[in-house]
Design a protein around this ligand. Structure first.
Ligand code: NAD
Length: 295
């Protein structure tokens, strides 16, 4: 049993922390939203009223926060000054590579082992404990934290030094964003030409157009009952986060000198959907915008 501080109990963090509790770890949770902490306490977690209280006695500190600015702030103002000196710090948020490397360097200067460990698999993967973890940081830190990641995930890969987990994640989400748009365009076009969604789904899911977006996260209600399309696009993974990740991918592409024409267009489309008010909806809600657009 490990003593774990878990900060950020949102759509992903809450089910991840719940799985650690179910595996008999002692998990203390904190979130700036009191209702999130209450939800965690109702499921057997320990509630902390402040981030500082959450950190007391922790052997591991796991964070699951929205963006780089939150990670930078929480680590510099709270975790690095207050966490026990031998705690291993693990940030599972999806953030820019530069912030991940900078925060890890500051944590290292203060004597901590810190890993970036972003995830793929969505809220369904978080609930089922089947996430993919992409981990950047020292081999020793990775070995210490791997048993916890194995509880929350099915695939755990040590990618390399600090920040490389974020590189892998942004490469994945570049495909995810493009793939969502391609799937929406195809499913909308097919239905407009008179083929129903069930027929389209059963054919494409067994053909070369098959993808995770289609078979696990279908943006049209019906074929995949657990997908956000069946609950009026409640997230899930918000449009705001997809737009953020594609911006991170475009920045990374600039750093790498890699042309990404489809990525640039996907980024533009999600930014437009965000500006039109879709930010808090699941990112698959872009189907509505694509379906409404005419050529
Ligand atoms: P979310 O907004 O549901 O959860 C983030 C939580 O962090 C919120 O509950 C918020 O109140 C809390 N928070 C913000 N600032 C805080 C602070 N200073 N101290 C404590 N808590 C604070 O977001 P999410 O969907 O859980 O995503 C979290 C991260 O995981 C993001 O970086 C996202 O890109 C990534 N991610 C999400 C998904 C998904 O499907 N939702 C999948 C893979 C990766």
């Amino acid at each position: 049993m490990a003593r774990i501080a878990f900060i950020g109990l949102g759509n992903m963090g809450l089910p991840m922390a719940r799985n650690l509790v179910a595996a008999n770890h002692e998990v203390t949770g904190y979130d700036i939203v009191a209702g999130a902490v209450e939800a965690f306490a109702a499921e057997g977690g320990r509630a902390a009223e402040t981030a500082e209280a959450c950190l007391q006695g922790a052997e591991f500190v796991v964070t699951m926060l929205p963006e780089g600015q939150h990670v930078r702030e929480v680590y510099s103002e709270t975790i690095i000054p207050n966490a026990p000196g031998d705690a291993v710090l693990v940030d599972c948020s999806t953030i820019d590579v530069e912030t991940a490397r900078d925060v890890a360097a500051r944590a290292g200067e203060a004597g901590f082992a810190m890993l970036d460990a972003p995830v793929s698999g969505g809220t369904g993967g978080a609930e089922a404990g089947t996430l993919t973890f992409m981990v950047g940081g020292s081999g020793d830190g990775f070995r210490r934290v791997q048993p916890l990641l194995d509880v929350m995930g099915r695939t755990v890969v040590h990618v390399g030094d600090a920040g490389t987990g974020q590189v892998a994640k942004i490469c994945n989400n570049l495909i995810l964003g493009i793939s969502m748009i391609a799937t929406c365009e195809s499913l909308s076009m097919g239905q407009k030409l008179g083929v129903n969604i069930d027929a389209l789904f059963s054919i494409i899911s067994q053909s070369s157009g098959q993808s995770w977006v289609l078979t696990t996260y279908c943006p049209v209600a019906g074929p995949v009952p657990a997908s956000p399309a069946n609950r009026d696009y409640q997230p899930g993974f918000t449009t705001a986060m997809m737009a953020k990740d594609l911006r991170l991918a475009m920045d990374a592409a600039g750093t790498a000198g890699q042309a990404t024409r489809l990525g640039a267009e996907a980024s533009r489309m999600f930014d437009e959907f965000l500006e039109a008010g879709g930010g808090t909806l699941d990112f698959s809600a872009i189907y509505r915008k694509i379906e409404a657009a005419s050529s």
